[in-house]
Design a protein around this ligand. Sequence first.
Ligand code: ZN
Length: 392
Amino acid sequence: MLDRVTDHRSLPRISTSLVVKAVLAVYWSRLGSLNALGMTRSAKFWNTWLGRPLCSADSLGRIVASVDAATLRQGIHHVYERLKRNKALPDLQGLAVAVLDGHETSASYRRCCDGCLKRIMGNGQIQFYHRNVTLMLLCGSPPGRPAVRLLLDLELQRAGEGELTTALRLLERVLEAYPRAFDVLLADALYAVAPFMNFLWSHGKAALVVLKDERRDAYQDARGLWVQQPPQLGSYQARRCRWWDFHDLRSWPEVQGVTRVVRSEESWTVKRQLTQQATPQIANWIWLTTLSVTQARTEQIVRLAHLRWDIENQGFNELVNGWHAGHVYRHQSGAIECFLLLAFLAYNLFHAFFALNLKPELRRGRTMAFCVRLIAAEIHAVPRFALPHAPP
Ligand SMILES: [Zn+2]
């Protein structure tokens, strides 16, 4: 996989695969910056892992900026394909599920590049930032193993365009590369719009999105119905639920096909730490979907819809806080894209290794954080009196 990653340099002295391997190790050990990497250059690890000494942090950043992003995407695809063939990515509740979301990776008042988006803040200052739309595959658990989630692809949002345009560009590419990877796509309320629903419908995929906008025809329609219909009783985790499910709605003329609205009123209690008093909580969720009743029962819809937060909790939050993927390793659009794709590759390989490769008895009683420390310890094993290498 690594040998197939290429870049746009004409006379490379350092191979692309060496740079890719070094950056993967930066993520796996959660070093957090190329400067931190520079401090570990005399560690024995690098010679073993790369087969030669590590290049300078500056060369590394420069080379990643020139990597052909398409070849990194092929690398991610290769990992997906191998896992799929090994039956490591089973369906979730009988469906192949993916989730899509927009995410801001960095913001600055001082530094900007050609690809920066701009906004005027309350104090009148211009802030520069980068955003992308990411697609994550959610899977069930293989027997006796934890579930693996894969970050499949991302698309950078361009200046002057809305998130929806970016998302549709991402989906065009993803559906071509992964035509059978998912049947249903989860997304937030921003995506409860006809162009998104129709795009998926025309590609034979279903949508399951949050419905918030009370102006939408589907919302108005459903609201008229749920005052008349008695709810189904159910549960989600420790919550007691009342569910309403309205299918075969045809009141949204811009949307092709039939839509369905599911509402879940969820109640539970929270014990306050200070007073030890149980406080009742209630939440109301409304979702819009093109999944038919035969494809998913009400209960399945509710469980699937709640998985939408996986991309934030297990995806973005883990990448930013755990993997330092929000760090701008080199401020340039191409570099930001390639560093993120490398973070996705590192994330997918690490999670697949932890869940599927480690023997259960080795995994038992040890957390992922423990594995990360083991990797980091090897990289930080710098001989005490080692002199820094001369940069290549
Ligand atoms: Zn920028």
